[in-house]
Design a protein. Structure first.
Length: 125
């Protein structure tokens, strides 16, 4: 990804645990009538697809598409109230929508770490 210097980069968010809300998973399971495994598989697929979309868009310098992919990923993360990932994806979306490629790339790096931690936690949910 081509990163251009910019004085308006957002403050870095501290690394935090993935924050999977198990109670929220219970609610989804009851509401949707799906097994936890089905919910986890769907969310994992959706988030992986959206994160790949962010990466592709940022690599192309397409901030509009990066913002849309980040918004899509936020919707999936919101389903399980994964706050650390939600916060970082919000920073990606905001940076992309403001036209700040460097900040969007930095925020994507932080979101990637939060996604990795959450992805590791999901199979045990």
């Amino acid at each position: 990804m081509d990163r251009h210097p910019d004085d308006h980069a957002p403050a870095a968010l501290p690394d935090v645990p993935p924050g999977l809300d198990h109670a929220r998973l219970d609610q989804l399971q009851q509401h949707l009538g799906l097994t936890r495994a089905e919910i986890v598989a769907t969310l994992t697929t959706e988030l992986a697809r959206a994160m790949a979309g962010i990466d592709s868009a940022l690599a192309d310098g397409d901030l509009a598409s990066a913002g849309l992919a980040a918004h899509t990923a936020r919707n999936s993360a919101l389903m399980i109230d994964a706050q650390p990932l939600l916060q970082r994806l919000g920073a990606v979306e905001a940076s992309a929508r403001s036209g700040n490629l460097q900040a969007a790339c930095l925020a994507r790096d932080a979101a990637g770490r939060a996604w990795s931690a959450l992805r590791d936690e999901l199979p045990a949910a």
